[in-house]
Design a protein around this ligand. Structure first.
Ligand code: RIB
Length: 317
């Protein structure tokens, strides 16, 4: 008998990304010429929804757009990936979120976001929907208004709540209430450092200290880019399981963290084993960097994928 699809709700941003490909990221005060410019759907929330849907979850997206051509482009992509957009609202007095991305020859990027309508999500609508619909996993980021995220965390019922604290603006004092409602926290290194109020961790001990500083009782999954992933499961020992990076020919790392979160959400909904889910997400996130754009085509995820590298580096940079 086939298993029913896992049910994932993603609450988050939906943007239109303008990407400039450049030989190298410009230094302060420097001007560089782009070799290519593309306009494509993005937004951390939408990217994560697409990744979970690509894996086979039934995904509902909660978000807010403007009433403009950008909204049409962004929504068309969600619909194409079979994401349920019935909880996506449009406002008339704010534009759809947009982002400018600069991607260098190694696939590394810098991003600036104008959140626009993403900051206009109504917390009451969020809680009304989540109180009346059950999910296996609710997944959120911080590119939308914080009260909507808190509303999702407190009204998710029996669903596991996964928080990707991106972008991270403050330390954990601001997010104390939200963290108390969170089952799985998925920061990258800078986000973890910011949350912990500590310097950027560059070795394992520093990483452990940052996680300890959070005083967070749930699972912490730290994405480390080329150094892989560290999973701190619940419990007193708090020693991480290290998952090796997957070596691929990366052309664009944009949205790799989003793919990781979406795939993690899918597998958490499916089997609930966070370390196993993180291994699976790690493979798919690596694979996503072999193509351009933040929302990867569904077909990419049906391939067998690359194998893990043999050793994780000592340093985390
Ligand atoms: O994580 C990548 C995403 O960040 C981009 O799609 C951009 O829109 C910003 O939200």
């Amino acid at each position: 008998m086939t298993e029913p699809p896992s049910r994932v709700c993603v609450l988050g941003s939906v943007n239109v990304d303008t990407t400039y490909r450049v030989p190298q990221i410009p230094a302060l005060g420097e001007t560089v010429l782009a070799v290519q410019r593309t306009v494509a759907p993005g937004g951390k929330g939408a990217n994560q929804a697409v990744a979970a849907a690509n894996m086979g979850s039934r995904v509902t997206f909660i978000g807010c757009t403007g009433s403009d051509p950008e909204a049409e482009l962004a929504i068309a992509s969600l619909v194409r990936h079979d994401v349920d957009v019935s909880q996506l609202r449009a406002v008339t007095d704010a534009p759809t979120g947009t982002a400018v991305l600069i991607v260098d020859e190694r696939g590394e990027n810098v991003i600036v976001v104008d959140a626009g309508a993403n900051q206009r999500l109504d917390p009451a609508l969020v809680s009304a929907h989540l109180s009346s619909t059950s999910y296996d996993v609710v997944l959120a980021q911080l590119e939308i208004n914080l009260d909507a995220v808190v509303s999702a965390a407190t009204s998710r019922g029996s669903a596991a709540f996964i928080l990707n604290p991106a972008p991270m603006k403050a330390d954990h004092g601001t997010f104390r209430d939200l963290l108390a409602q969170t089952d799985v926290l998925v920061p990258n290194r800078p986000e973890l450092a910011r949350l912990a109020g500590r310097p950027l961790p560059t070795d394992q001990d520093a990483l452990d200290r940052c996680v300890g500083q959070l005083e967070f009782g749930g699972v912490v999954v730290v994405t480390l880019g080329s150094a892989g992933v560290a999973v701190y499961e619940r419990g007193p020992a708090r020693r991480p399981t290290l998952i090796e990076a997957v070596r691929v020919e990366s052309v664009d790392t944009t949205g790799a963290g989003d793919t990781f979160c979406g795939v993690l959400g899918h597998f958490m909904a499916q089997h609930g084993d966070v370390t196993r889910a993180a291994c699976q997400a790690n493979e798919m996130a690596a694979l996503s960097t072999t193509v351009y754009g933040a929302q990867v085509p569904a077909g990419l995820f049906t391939s067998s994928g690359p194998r893990p590298a043999s050793a994780a580096p000592d340093r985390l940079t």
